[in-house]
Unconditional design. Structure first.
Lengths: 580, 358
């Protein structure tokens, strides 16, 4: 028995007595500096500076920079010894180091012409970092870093129960600030002009709006905790809890139905695209989420569907039969399925990671063939097929004209696919898929025919991809080989992986974030695939089950954690554990 | 009874399908080659030219394929970001070349040009190695014991991260490599129509592959790498630093890819942020072709793929009356990938992979 065990109160473990682990703090600070400089040079800070978050106060780019300094400070402080002085100093030191990195960037940038090869090392960036003072303001990032880092470190001094609400408060400012323009337009139209102008600037929140948001969110969370709402909810029997969800679900459905009517044509186009990706994501969700087949050649079947519709319906040069759109859709699905069978039969015997590369190859083959001179006489080569009729032929004054109808069509199909996927999951076939996903050898041993079962999943995914392609052809009214690119496959795969494999709400959320935001905001569309990259790595490292995982996947991936240190969890003083 | 019937029918369908597939491919190759050769449209000079280009291209693929194969050998994982490491090398070489060109060194004489190329390759190797080590540390090491799809998805993420980081840094434009006049001249060897740049690519690839082979086979670190790819836990018990061996594998593979990036860019004279993607997949094809996990196999596979890609479109397709057959060279490469995966997953010289779930 050591002294500390014998005399727990003797102060051996007391804060402040042990030496601060400065090496860790310095390491975090340097990493934070690298991240901050990276954000500047890769262009996120200067480009996003154009979009105000709180009008006239802070832009999204500045928020990213301050956020990186703040996270640096907070992480460093977390590694520090407890005790108010230690925590704040650790945060401040780490922030200071990150700030020094930024000032070095300014100084080096003023002395050497980095612009020669670094696109974003522009005078605009330097003036952003130094409040327009140039070299004379090189100290500014250092001081700012230390201040922000110190404040972020002090965050750990806030009582535990307020921490999560505060983080949520900041996040809601971020989200509302982004979507301010989107919320403002319908509010103005609905006669809430006063309120809209009070809360939202044309871009970003107003100061009053930001403060109000923060106070409302933090207050709401704290009150909720005080009343123990979550605890009482958890205590309710399952059936009653379900009933409580009904109004929310109904409200959500209502919003989904009326959304395009409230927004302008631009937004209608965006949400139509989001809906289309939800549809395709749900299709891939069967292949990838249920059967565990990583298909990076989704675009191949998308192309088959789109070109089938194009060939069958187009009234222009390459159209064959002038069929109406709806008569062509079944053929699109059937052909895509047949292609799925033809491509799937030979390759489904190979192992998962090889399958990914082989399907990637298929996607490329189809793309090249679609644009090649070989098939130019049939598919039109680079000129593509034009004049594909709209699915619902209404005069342009009708509310269903334009992308709105595609939105509704995609939503209906997505609901259909979701229903099919949901019913399939519990079926014999669905359980066979899950078994294959978990362990092929065991699945084979218990009598599942691997090729047959995988082929079914692959063909179903292909069918829905073909449907997606058909709807896409209807949305755009034409189909070109340039629309058939790898990024369609990557988008769909990223939606499913980030949202949560096998989870239907996850796919919807993934499509909203990964398709909706880049389509809405020009700044994001330039950095879309950078964010995908970061999101995929972060997801795999910290949350491989996705944002909104299906319950089964979550249970599987966290078995060890749940079974292991249960005592630690019980001792955890955080009262709002259930809410996170 | 019913289920068994269905199973038999599927099996029969697959069997028929695979055989039809084989027969069609063989027919296309044989008939196409015969018709092309019989038409006499192309003389021997053209074929030599194509073979030389193919050899140069193939050496680059072989260099990149080494990285795939070594990483696969040690971690059983497809390093999807390897193509971007290759691209990073090409960018590093570009900026070195610009600096040297600005100083007037690059085109001063053939000797300075050669020295410049060596410098470019060295810088590219350093930058590529750095990139690969960072990616390994951030994206792969924490996932080493995760299910197989998890590191693959992280690798795809890393690939996009690197591509768009370069796009953010240097913009979406195409950077034209500065011209080295003497490299585009023909080597004065009769009959063999080889340009200096191709000779340079082939020779440096051979030199580097030899060095790599000796490194893996003869040095202590190389032995450690081989031991770790054989069996990680036993290697650890023997006192080998597993992490260090893995990092070394990434570093060596990346150095080869960086050099390959410069060589490839010297041939095609341009570089963009997206430039590593397709060569990356093709080099992976080469690695599979040679037998993944097998170092000499990767070299052989690379060369074979380069030749097929260069000669194949004209030899196989032109005779069949396919217009602009060269558009389809990537189709041939990817079809080859699928063919190898389906019919001989062990590659020319490799281990068996279909059923292996190590």
């Amino acid at each position: 028995m050591t002294v500390a065990e014998a005399f727990p109160a003797a102060g051996y473990e007391a804060p402040g007595y042990e030496r601060q682990d400065w090496r860790e703090v310095v390491r975090v600070g340097v990493m934070g500096g690298i991240v901050a400089v990276y954000l500047c040079l890769v262009g996120i800070v200067p480009v996003f500076d154009a979009r105000p978050l709180i009008s006239g106060v802070i832009s999204l780019g500045e928020a990213a920079l301050i956020g990186s300094l703040g996270v640096t400070g907070a992480v460093a402080a977390r590694h520090a010894q407890t005790g108010p002085r230690n925590v704040v100093t650790a945060g401040a030191v780490a922030g200071l180091l990150a700030g020094i990195a930024l000032s070095l960037l300014v100084i080096v940038g003023q002395l050497v012409n980095l612009r020669g090869f670094m696109l974003n090392a522009s005078p605009q960036l330097y003036s952003l970092l130094t409040f327009g003072m140039g070299m004379a303001g090189a100290w500014i990032p250092v001081v700012a870093g230390a201040l922000v880092g110190g404040f972020a470190g002090a965050f750990w001094l806030v009582p535990v129960r307020y921490r999560s609400p505060i983080v949520r408060g900041f996040l809601s400012i971020l989200v509302l600030g982004l979507f301010a323009g989107l919320l403002r337009t319908p509010m103005l139209a609905a006669g809430l002009g006063q309120l809209a102008r009070f809360l939202f600037a044309p871009e970003g929140l107003t100061v009053a709006g930001a403060v109000l948001t923060f106070v409302a969110v933090v207050g709401g969370r704290v009150v909720r905790q005080r009343l123990g709402v979550q605890g009482r909810l958890d205590a309710l029997p399952e059936a009653q809890r379900r009933r409580l969800h009904v109004p929310f679900v109904a409200l959500l459905l209502g919003i989904v139905v009326v959304l395009p009517l409230l927004l302008g044509p631009f937004f209608a186009q965006v949400i139509a695209l989001v809906a289309l990706y939800v549809l395709m994501g749900l299709g891939l969700n069967i292949t990838l989420g249920l059967a565990g087949l990583l298909d990076l050649g989704f675009v191949a079947f998308f192309a088959v569907g789109a070109y089938t519709v194009g060939l069958l319906t187009s009234t222009a040069e390459f159209g064959l039969f002038d069929l109406p759109f709806w008569a062509a859709v079944p053929f699109a699905i059937l052909f895509a399925m047949a292609f799925g069978a033809i491509l799937g039969l030979p390759i489904l015997g190979i192992r998962g990671d090889y399958l990914a590369i082989a399907t990637l190859g298929f996607g490329e083959i189809i793309r090249i063939l679609a644009g090649s001179d070989l098939l130019k006489g049939v598919l039109g080569g680079p000129r593509g097929i034009i004049n594909i009729p709209k699915p619902i032929d209404v005069p342009s004054t009708n509310f269903l004209a334009g992308p709105v109808q595609i939105y509704y069509i995609a939503i209906v199909f997505a609901a259909l696919i979701a229903f099919v996927a949901w019913r399939l999951r519990g079926s014999r076939l669905g359980r066979a898929w899950l078994a294959i996903r978990e362990d092929e050898d065991v699945a084979e041993a218990i009598g599942i025919n691997l090729i047959q079962t995988k082929l079914l999943a692959y063909m179903l995914g292909a069918a829905f991809a073909g449907l997606g392609g058909a709807v896409f052809a209807g949305l755009v009214g034409s189909i070109f080989p340039s629309s058939i690119n790898l990024f369609v496959s990557i988008n769909v795969a990223a939606i499913v992986i980030v949202g949560g494999m096998g989870s239907i709400p996850g796919v919807i959320l993934g499509a909203l974030f990964l398709i909706g935001i880049p389509e809405l905001f020009r700044e994001f569309s330039d950095y879309r695939f950078l964010f995908y990259g970061i999101a995929l790595i972060a997801m795999m490292r910290f949350r491989p089950e996705g944002i909104l995982p299906s319950r089964i996947v979550r249970r599987e991936l966290h078995v060890a954690e749940n079974a292991g240190p249960a005592t630690v969890e019980a001792d955890d003083p955080t009262p709002d554990r259930g809410t996170t | 009874m019913n289920a068994r019937m269905l199973e038999r029918i599927t099996e029969f369908a697959i069997w028929t399908f695979l055989w039809t597939f084989r027969i069609v491919i063989v027919l296309v190759v044989v008939v196409g080659s015969f018709l092309t050769l019989a038409s006499g449209k192309y003389d021997i000079d053209t074929w030599i030219r194509l073979a030389v280009t193919g050899a140069a291209l193939g050496s680059v693929y072989a260099l990149v394929a080494l990285g795939y194969t070594m990483v696969y050998g040690i971690l059983r994982m497809i390093n999807f970001a390897h193509g971007e490491v290759f691209m990073g090398g090409a960018f590093a070489g570009y900026f070195t070349a610009i600096a040297l060109d600005g100083a007037g060194f690059l085109n001063y004489s053939p000797v300075t040009a050669l020295i410049s190329v060596v410098l470019m390759i060295v810088v590219a190797m350093i930058i590529s190695t750095l990139l690969a080590v960072i990616v390994e540390r951030i994206a792969y090491r924490p996932l080493r014991n995760a299910p197989r799809l998890v590191p693959l998805i992280a690798a795809i993420g890393a690939s996009f991260f690197l591509q768009y980081t370069f796009r953010g840094f240097f913009g979406p434009g195409v950077y034209a490599y500065p011209g080295v006049t003497f490299l585009s001249e023909l080597v004065p060897i009769p009959l063999l129509q080889i340009r200096w740049v191709e000779l340079l690519v082939i020779v440096s690839a051979i030199v580097m592959m030899t060095v790599l082979y000796l490194f893996v086979m003869r040095t202590r670190i190389g032995t450690a790498i081989r031991a770790v790819s054989e069996d990680k836990s036993t290697a650890a018990l023997m006192g080998i630093d597993v992490n260090r061996s893995i990092v070394m594998t990434f570093a060596v593979g990346a150095a080869m890819a960086g050099a390959a990036g410069v060589l490839y860019a010297l041939m095609f004279r341009q570089v963009t942020f997206f430039f590593g993607f397709i060569p990356g997949i093709k080099a992976f094809t080469a690695a599979v072709l040679g037998g993944i996990g097998n170092v000499p196999g990767a070299m052989l596979g690379g060369l074979f793929l380069g030749e097929i890609e260069s000669i194949g479109p004209i030899l196989f397709l032109d005779g069949l009356g396919v217009p602009s057959a060269n558009q389809l060279k990537d189709v041939i490469a990817f079809t080859l990938l699928v063919l190898v995966l389906v019919f001989r997953p062990s590659g020319i010289l490799g281990e068996r992979v279909t059923k292996d779930r190590a």
